[in-house]
Design a protein around this ligand. Structure first.
Ligand code: BES
Ligand code: MN
Ligand code: ZN
Length: 494
């Protein structure tokens, strides 16, 4: 898709499909761009709307053709809901339904005139970003492992129409939105791949490829190197699988030399069968998504490097499979982490924390400004927050607040959960420094408390994306979350 910003007059723009907003209420009401066009067409639009078929509710659309006085071939009215409550959600919904409709009808390009009101006091750049991201998200289709020729997408370009004075800001928003959208699509593509293709070695080779056309330096640590670093916890997980573990490091240096980097650590379990504490077989296929945290790190690194953000960012993806095998971890086994802490593995299915703890110790060497880990860590987080919000945990209130704000602004929300000392007591072991599970209660919290034991050297946040990283059912597939949240956070840092 090609995205751009323009400041043409909408009445005389020769558009294949011009999109304007309509508000709902007792009677549907045209937005100010809509009113301009109405005047130019001698009230043809308000006459049609008078018939009452267009409600202006979010998701409602109406395509109009051949209006005198307007150059556009098609005028697409999209509902924005109540004028007072237009926000990023309604804007995104409207953009997505317009793009879906235009694409279905094989329209090649689309122009959005949706920025006339200062919706919800959002800044224009961010509104533009939302529209670009929503369009791109709605057009995503997975075809990497389907035979036959790839269906070409009809819709090839989209533009946003703004006032001349806003053009520079809108162009910046378009560039950011397009880069974020590419990062989201990359995360979705990697996440949707099956476990037999997307192995730790495959992820490592994709990370190496990122160096070719982006200012990123990749390093991949082998099991031998991890052994030398004494990553006994991480290696205990991959011992039960024939695929060797990889520790992938992607380094982007856009900031000042020596400036402390933001470090992102993404869980990269390319398949999680549970190990000896094997999972039930229902929906086990979805455990190919257990590398969505890692995939989100790929997506963010891609977007950050493409935008050339003036920041130093390091992405780290510990990657392994978790399978049952003669060499696999057994309940009761005790391993020694890189930090020197011993861990009693009471459940081999709590493997994410076992690979993350060593990666979290490893990243101390980067002297990070902050570390954020992203992981499909617990089913308990899905029980707590459903698929609406990502679970957020942090040892620093400022970092937690910044991430919550970024989630709100990006419409990719998170919600903070506590990590009080009393929860950590649930991780007590009679035989080791720590147990890898804390019992049935507060499972998302005790998992975070486990990680906290390895993050004392820096400000740290943990994002549990078990409920938000993918969808089940008929729409089964990765969402690309929380790439938008992380990008919003990084844009605010830059
Ligand atoms: N990858 C899973 C978490 C998960 C489960 C995410 C279902 C999304 C849906 C993780 O490795 C895991 O198995 N966690 C266990 C922890 C338990 C053994 C303490 C869980 O949540 O059941
Ligand atoms: Mn597991
Ligand atoms: Zn897992």
């Amino acid at each position: 898709m090609d995205y751009s910003a323009k400041s043409n007059k909408i009445e005389t723009l020769s558009s294949r499909c011009l999109v304007v907003g309509v508000y709902s209420g007792k009677r549907a009401k045209l937005s100010s761009s809509g009113s301009l066009l109405d005047k130019a067409s001698s009230k043809a639009i308000s006459e049609i709307m008078g018939k009452g078929d267009m409600s202006g509710e979010p998701d409602s659309t109406m395509m109009l053709y051949g209006l005198d006085g307007i150059r556009a071939e098609r005028l697409l009215l999209v509902g924005l809901g109540k004028e007072k409550s237009v926000d990023a959600t309604t804007l995104r919904q409207a953009a997505a339904s317009a793009a879906t409709m235009a694409n279905k009808q094989k329209v090649r390009s689309i122009d959005f005139a949706l920025f006339d009101n200062k919706h919800g006091h959002m800044n224009l750049g961010r509104m533009v970003r939302h529209v670009v991201e929503a369009v791109d998200h709605s057009l995503y289709s997975y075809d990497q492992t389907k035979s036959g020729r790839k269906k070409a997408q009809a819709l090839k370009s989209a533009s946003v129409l703004v006032q001349r004075a806003e053009l520079a800001q809108a162009k910046k928003g378009v560039a950011q939105g397009a880069a974020i959208a590419e990062g989201v699509a990359l995360a979705r593509d990697l996440s949707n791949l099956p476990g037999n293709i997307c192995t730790p070695s495959y992820l490592a080779s994709r990370a190496r490829n990122m160096q070719k056309n982006l200012p990123i330096k990749t390093r991949v640590l082998s099991e031998t190197e991890m052994k030398r670093l004494k990553m006994g916890s991480l290696l205990s997980v991959s011992r039960g699988s024939r695929e060797p573990a990889k520790l992938i490091i992607m380094d982007y240096k856009g900031g000042k030399t020596g400036a402390a980097p933001v470090v992102l650590v993404g869980k990269g379990l390319t398949f999680d069968a549970g190990g000896i504490s094997i999972k039930p077989s229902a929906a086990m296929d979805e455990m190919k998504f257990d590398m969505c945290g890692g995939a989100s790190v790929f997506g963010v690194m891609h977007a950050v490097a493409q935008l050339g953000l003036p920041l130093n960012v390091i992405g780290v993806v510990p990657s392994s499979e978790n399978l049952p095998d003669g060499a696999a971890n057994k309940p009761g086994d005790i391993v020694t982490s890189m930090a020197g802490k011993t861990i009693e593995i009471l459940n081999t299915d709590a493997e994410g924390r076992l690979i993350l703890c060593d990666a979290l110790t490893y990243v101390e060497r980067f002297k990070p400004s902050v570390v954020i880990d992203i992981a499909t860590l617990t089913g308990a987080c899905v029980v707590a927050l459903g698929n609406h919000a990502t679970g957020l945990f942090s040892n620093d209130d400022k970092l937690a607040d910044d991430l919550l704000t970024a989630g709100d602004d990006a419409q990719d929300r998170a919600w903070r959960l506590p990590m009080w000392e009393s929860y950590t007591k649930q991780l007590k072991s009679n035989f080791a420094d720590l147990a890898n599970i804390g019992g049935r209660n507060a499972g998302a919290v005790t998992a975070a408390c486990f990680l906290k034991e390895f993050t004392e050297a820096y400000d740290w946040a943990h994002l549990d994306i078990a409920g938000t990283a993918w969808k089940s059912g008929a729409d089964k597939g990765a969402t690309g979350r929380p790439v938008p949240l992380l990008m919003e956070f990084l844009l605010a840092c830059a």
